[in-house]
Design a protein around this ligand. Structure first.
Ligand SMILES: C[S@@+](CC[C@H](N)C(=O)[O-])C[C@H]1O[C@@H](n2cnc3c(N)ncnc32)[C@H](O)[C@@H]1O
Ligand code: SF4
Length: 382
């Protein structure tokens, strides 16, 4: 069984202010223990790398939270250590998530010099009223300035995060948002529908959102708009210009391996005998730092049984418009294709999956009702 590619995710768990819709592991903080957190990240990285001594890293994603709150020097120290790992390709994709409210020109150059070659800018909207309703710390102008500054600093690979179905948003406003984002000419656009997460202020006191029909119409019109602009819709929320799909995220969806360092970060790797191990780190930043410095920040782990591995594979691969080759199932899980039955057969019979032996690929209907399609693969007995 060939070893899957290995990626590295680094989590930074702080933001200037917590947004009312967000349930990521992030905390609004005025003072951030940046130096101590860097030491903890380096210790955590060392421990993880020791476990997988002979595997090259293929991409790095520094996410959060708001990694752009950290100084370029800190990001540089982290990436220096990563670069010492033998086998990191010279053109490895190295992404940093940035909030437009935290950026000024000098920082962009600093991140670029530190080795970051892809920026993911959290725009969310380019409408000041909607940005305020979302509790964002920046206005639309800051997004435009961030993109300009990123280009000036030499970034040739930019993603914009944009959300739709926002409180009180009309279809015309959603269209205008997409047009404004496209005018900034990003290489990649992550276009999410706002979801109400239970444990957030928006979840507890839901704002007035567009109804289901309006949301569906927004999605359809938006996807057509993006396609006309030359973007490939390659995953549920991901749109890219040809050649600019996010390699790091593709590795998740294609069921590759990844290390996750930092508070609450999840990792997955394939053990020498072929079983898949998932591990996650302590979520509380203080507890994570103490545990990482003591040599073990792992909060929990599980080894997947064959039915769980098959489900996880389907859950990820079916997010991709083109799906995944059946041969990848065996390569990644070590299991024969029969482990995807009878769910595969049922999905084909219901018109949710294309009827082909070489590929697990959703139909248009399957993409529309992805949750129903994925539910068919849930291990029996759960
Ligand atoms: C972890 S955030 C990182 C970006 C950065 N912290 C920022 O917000 O500028 C990644 C993206 O997830 C999306 N997101 C967060 N909460 C969401 C929600 N409740 N529904 C839909 N998308 C959400 C946003 O587009 C956000 O930019
Ligand atoms: S800035 Fe990003 S990570 Fe932080 S709270 Fe807002 S959406 Fe969540």
């Amino acid at each position: 069984m060939p070893t899957p590619p290995l990626a590295l995710y680094v989590h930074i768990p702080w933001c200037v202010r917590k947004c009312p819709y967000c349930d990521f592991n992030s905390h609004g903080a005025r003072e951030i223990p940046e130096a101590a957190y860097l030491q903890a990240l380096l210790a955590d990285l060392e421990t993880d790398l020791e476990r997988l001594p002979h595997r090259a890293l293929e991409s790095v994603f520094i996410g959060g939270g708001t990694p752009s709150l950290f100084s370029p020097q800190t990001i540089g120290r982290l990436l220096e250590r990563v670069a010492r790992r033998p086998g990191l390709a010279h053109d490895a994709e190295i992404t940093l998530e940035a909030n437009p409210g935290t950026l000024e020109q000098a920082r962009f150059r600093g991140f670029r010099d530190a080795g970051v070659n892809r920026l993911s800018i959290g725009a969310q909207s380019l409408d000041d009223t909607l940005l305020q309703r979302l509790g964002r710390i920046h206005d639309a102008r800051a997004v435009v300035e961030a993109v300009t500054a990123a280009r000036d600093a030499g970034f040739a690979n930019l993603n914009l995060d944009l959300m739709c179905a926002l409180p009180g948003q009309t279809p015309a406003q959603a269209r205008a948002d997409l047009d404004a984002a496209l005018a900034l000419e990003p290489e990649h656009l992550s276009w999410y529908e706002l979801t109400l997460e239970a444990e957030t202020p928006f979840g507890r006191h839901p704002p007035d959102l567009p109804d289901e029909d309006t949301r569906a119409a927004m999605q359809e019109a938006g996807r057509e708009r993006l396609q006309r602009a030359g973007f490939e819709h390659y995953e549920v929320s991901a749109h890219a210009r040809p050649g600019h799909r996010c390699r790091h995220n593709l590795n998740y969806w294609q069921f590759g391996d990844y290390l996750g360092i930092g508070a609450g970060a999840h990792g997955k790797h394939t053990l020498p005998q072929g079983r898949i191990l998932r591990r996650w780190k302590r979520a509380d930043p203080g507890a994570f730092m103490a545990a990482a410095m003591a040599g073990d920040a792992v909060a929990g782990s599980e080894t997947l049984d064959p039915a769980e591995a098959a489900f996880d594979f389907a859950l990820n691969g079916l997010r991709l418009t083109e799906g995944v080759p059946m041969s990848l199932f065996t390569q990644r899980t070590g299991l024969p294709a029969v482990h995807l039955e009878p769910a595969r057969g049922t999905a084909v019979a219901r018109g949710l999956l294309q009827d082909r032996p070489d590929r697990l690929r959703p139909t248009d209907l399957g993409r529309r009702y992805l949750d129903d399609l994925v539910a068919l693969f849930i291990p029996q007995g759960n």
